[in-house]
Design a protein around this ligand. Structure first.
Ligand code: 13P
Ligand code: SF4
Length: 303
């Protein structure tokens, strides 16, 4: 059954010239039919190249919006319209404008997990993989960093020369991981390295052998000589790594580290969207696209 749906998806995407983009938190059966799988940064760069007429995003809304901003003349469809990132909606444009008034002259750095509307008010975007590199290269040392307080704290710790003001937002899934869970996993798997996403809290990232984006975590585990890893990001990464490295062992740091938004998309959603019977086409007005694009282009230029 799964194979039948996958074959139909592969036939239709070729017929209709669709590029299927999948974030690495998607399930195995979606990753298998995607043309490109990656972290938020890699997906943005791929979208900027736009070799296809149409894009189908298997991920969350801000990712589909980013594709539309970078390829405004292409049709961009979000496979499941309910898939949003709760963090992306934690800060409103009015709240950000108030912060900008309070800290005049500060550069506004936005995690890419923000709405297109919010990006129009920012100077530069970052992803978890580009944040350190991009913030280091910003000329202005005074920075407002939104919305993820944990990624912001991590950047602040690594770049003490910058004066960074944070907003109190974050990922409810990563922020729920506790130091006690990490200690318990380490006690159970004493030879394993702990690889963690910077959206986790500082007490958790402080216990890590490696802190990085989803792609960074995967690359680290694949290229390491070590054979066992505790994974501190969405549990689909554990599954993908286990498929790709059958001679190694991967353990989730917490059984609760599941993003229900990332998991909302099913193979049937993908098929329906390709048939023109589902999904949601992303429509953004010209001004939003132009203003939001500046901050993403700046990230790609610096990153
Ligand atoms: P990456 O930038 O590592 O792909 O992470 C995106 C995300 O939503 C993590 O929760
Ligand atoms: Fe958003 Fe967290 Fe899900 Fe990533 S894991 S999409 S930050 S809610």
């Amino acid at each position: 059954m799964i194979k039948d749906i996958q074959e139909e998806i592969i036939r239709l995407k070729k017929e209709k010239n669709f590029c299927i983009l999948a974030h690495s938190y998607q399930s195995r059966e979606i990753v298998e039919i995607a043309d490109f799988v990656g972290d938020s940064y890699a997906l943005s760069v791929k979208a900027a190249k736009a070799e296809y007429d149409n894009f189908l995003m298997c991920g969350v809304r801000f990712m589909a919006e980013t594709v539309k901003i970078l390829s405004p003349d292409k049709k961009v469809i979000l496979s499941n319209s309910t898939a949003g990132c709760p963090m992306a909606e934690q800060l409103t444009p009015a709240e950000l404008s108030a912060m900008k008034k309070k800290y005049p002259g500060y550069a506004v750095v936005a995690y890419i997990n923000t709405t297109a509307e919010l990006k129009t008010l920012c100077d530069v975007c970052v992803t978890s993989s580009s944040a350190l590199n991009v913030v280091k290269k910003i000329e202005n040392d005074n920075i407002i960093f939104i919305p993820d307080i944990n990624l912001g704290r991590y950047v602040k710790k690594m770049l003490p020369e910058k004066n960074i003001v944070l907003f109190n937002g974050g990922c409810p899934r990563h922020a729920a991981v506790t130091a006690e869970e990490v200690s318990a996993a380490k006690a159970m798997h004493p030879s394993a390295l702990f690889l963690v996403h910077p959206e986790c809290t500082p007490d958790v990232t402080a216990m890590a052998d490696y802190v990085g984006s989803t792609a960074g975590i995967m690359d680290y585990a694949k290229s390491s000589d070590v054979k066992e890893f505790i994974i501190g990001t969405e549990n689909s990464i554990v599954t993908h790594l286990q498929f790709e490295c059958p001679d190694k062992k991967f353990y989730p740091v917490s059984k609760n580290l599941i993003c229900s938004d990332m998991k909302a998309t099913t193979l049937s959603d993908v098929l329906d969207a390709l048939k023109g019977e589902g999904g949601e086409e992303i429509i953004l007005d010209k001004e939003t696209i132009e203003l939001a694009r500046k901050s993403i282009d700046e990230m790609i230029r610096l990153g």
